[in-house]
Ligand binder design. Structure first.
Ligand SMILES: *Cc1c(COP(=O)(O)O)cnc(C)c1O
Length: 352
């Protein structure tokens, strides 16, 4: 730390991203990326956009916004694109958290980092013993609520009606529903958007649309909420979405059947992996996401993680007390999952 670092940031502990090893020999099942390439039109349009990189990108992302508004059935004033959904989540912490924030004790690790970064006081509400959310804990909180649905790293989803109860009982605070994984089997709260002016939905192109490296996320909410988020955006980085990424986003929306097919394959591979893991003595939460959260009935989570890594398979281990018995395993291609199960079999043989 330099002696110039602002005192307000001195105790900030940044988010720890999953490992991104340089040698790509690893089977990477640790950061919930898609095993599939970006859609054909994503690639083609991004390449074409590269020819104009001497020009700034459109700060309003008009073509992308128009296409997305049509895709999601909202107006162009109800949607805002950002540099990954992490950026819009940060904007929401900056814009809407005057009364403090609340989120589960086990959820996306970035929420507490954004809260700290922005000096927002926050409450972490414990999940129940089985890792589910008790919606009663979130009723009438008078704080800005952040819920990942499905939640991470558990994969467990709430229903639209459960989320609606939370939104309804906090009319004077924004409720942010982070739908990063919604395309893998959960239900989106999109139909509620016109009913509640305190609902902000965030989604990403990183997971189901194979554009993690492009950095594209967005929020959908009332015109007024989006206006506020735009005030933050134009006060930080108006050109937050680059030309190639905006073009790739349009391509992904045009190739919506490609996305749909890939999500379906991931769901099938999740089922396959679940069955194989059960046979090997693992228990899992019921996941509606592109990952499984699994614990072996006798062997330590970290041990499994380390031994798999030695064999060239990366999964995600968290050291947090309530999570340390578990590992989060991204669902990749069928071939990747078969190798994962094979290597896991070897690891268990060594240890049992
Ligand atoms: C991956 C993820 C995000 C953000 O992803 P971006 O790549 O920044 O769009 C947001 N929330 C959750 C729960 C995630 O897992």
């Amino acid at each position: 730390m330099s002696r110039f670092f602002s005192s307000k940031y001195k105790s900030l502990i940044p988010y720890t991203p999953g490992e991104q090893p340089k040698n790509m020999d690893y089977i990477k099942l640790n950061t919930n990326e898609s095993p599939f390439a970006p859609s054909p039109r994503s690639q083609k349009l991004a390449k074409a956009a590269a020819k104009n990189l001497q020009l700034y990108s459109d700060p309003e992302c008009r073509d992308l916004v128009r296409k997305a508004a049509e895709h999601f059935g909202v107006s162009t004033e109800e949607i805002l694109f950002t540099n990954g959904s992490d950026e819009i989540l940060n904007f929401a912490f900056m814009a809407f958290c005057q009364d403090g924030a609340a989120f589960p004790d086990i959820t996306y690790g970035f929420y507490s980092v954004f809260a700290e970064l922005n000096g927002v006081p926050y409450t972490e509400i414990p999940l129940k013993e089985d890792f589910t959310i008790d919606i009663e804990d979130y009723k009438g909180l008078n704080k800005t609520i952040f819920l990942a649905n499905p939640n991470a790293p558990t994969g467990i989803a709430l229903s639209v009606s459960e989320i609606e109860e939370i939104i309804k009982s906090n009319p004077d605070n924004v409720v942010v529903i982070d739908e990063a994984y919604v395309d893998f089997g959960a239900e989106s709260v999109l139909p509620l958007i016109r009913k509640y002016d305190n609902l902000l939905i965030t989604q990403t192109f990183s997971k189901s649309r194979s554009l993690a490296g492009g950095r594209l996320g967005f929020g959908i909410g009332s015109k007024e909420l989006i206006q506020d988020l735009n005030t933050i955006k134009y006060s930080t980085n108006p050109y937050n979405v680059n030309r190639m990424t905006a073009a790739a986003g349009i391509g992904a929306l045009k190739d919506k059947n490609y996305t749909k097919k890939n999500c379906h394959i991931v769901e099938q591979n999740r089922r396959y992996t679940e069955i194989e893991l059960e046979k090997l003595g693992f228990t899992m939460t019921s996941s509606s996401a592109n990952f499984l959260f699994a614990k072996h009935n006798t062997i330590d989570g970290k041990e499994i993680y380390q031994r798999l890594k030695e064999k060239g398979v990366l999964i995600r281990h968290f050291d947090k007390e309530r999570l340390k018995d578990y590992n989060r395993i991204t669902i990749g291609s069928k071939k990747q999952m078969k190798v994962f199960i094979e290597k896991l079999n070897e690891v268990l043989k060594e240890l049992l």
